[in-house]
Design a binder for this molecule. Sequence first.
Ligand code: UDP
Ligand code: MN
Length: 255
Amino acid sequence: DLPTIYAITPTYKRWTQKADLTRLGQTLLHVPNFRWIVVEDSNEKTALVTNFLKFSGLQYTHLNAKTDQNYKLKSTDPNWLLPRGVAQRNKGLTWIRKNLSPHNNGILYFLDDDNTYSLRVFEEMRSTEVASVWPVGLSGGLKFEGPGKCKDGKVLEWYTAWKPERPFPIDMAGFAVNLKLLFKYSEAEYSNDAPRGYLESHFLTGLKLKRHDMEAKADNCSKVLVWHTRTEKPKMKQEEALIRQGKSSNSEMEV
Ligand code: UDP
Ligand code: MN
């Protein structure tokens, strides 16, 4: 049987949210045996995401979990100041642990809403026995980050420049784990208090994994199948001026 991929996506309100979700959702329509766990960073589920999912054609679970104010970035903060998506990923993990069991043949993946995913990365992760890893393009200040040299499904060298001492010098998009492991170590989760750059490492060490445990995917880590792209903030000077003056029209237009 083809294992099901359970992908957890944190998402938050911003000008490009619907555009990013549309692009990602249309990629995911091509992935068989897939459930999308979308977790909004909000107190309530929004109409925008509710409607988007309803008409997406995807199998999904819609949740929400607001980031604690103390950990919330201000729009003027540089994005590296605080971790992003922690409460949302944990909410998704809780849902999986409540609604599935170790008998579910499934793979867990964390899918950020603005990255770029080749369909091949989903086929690669589907055979994950315990935990797997592959390079992520445009990450860590390098053309790619993560496993750099692999042989016979094992990682021999890691390609990383920033904080190479991290237990796992990889991006969120560069690993998947078998659901069995999630039930075996039922406490493993994300933390807002992990040092900067240690989000992935904190979670993976919580699953009692070591670097050498990781199964190398993507043709012995010789291919980049996922890219850490980021969506540019659109220039909304005119619209924001209208909003401030209470003159923004077309309030029924969902963008
Ligand atoms: N995110 C969120 N709340 C926030 C900021 C980000 O839920 O306040 C989500 C975002 O939608 C994305 C993930 O967390 O799915 C990672 O955030 P982002 O893409 O901004 O981070 P980066 O690309 O810098 O790693
Ligand atoms: Mn991103």
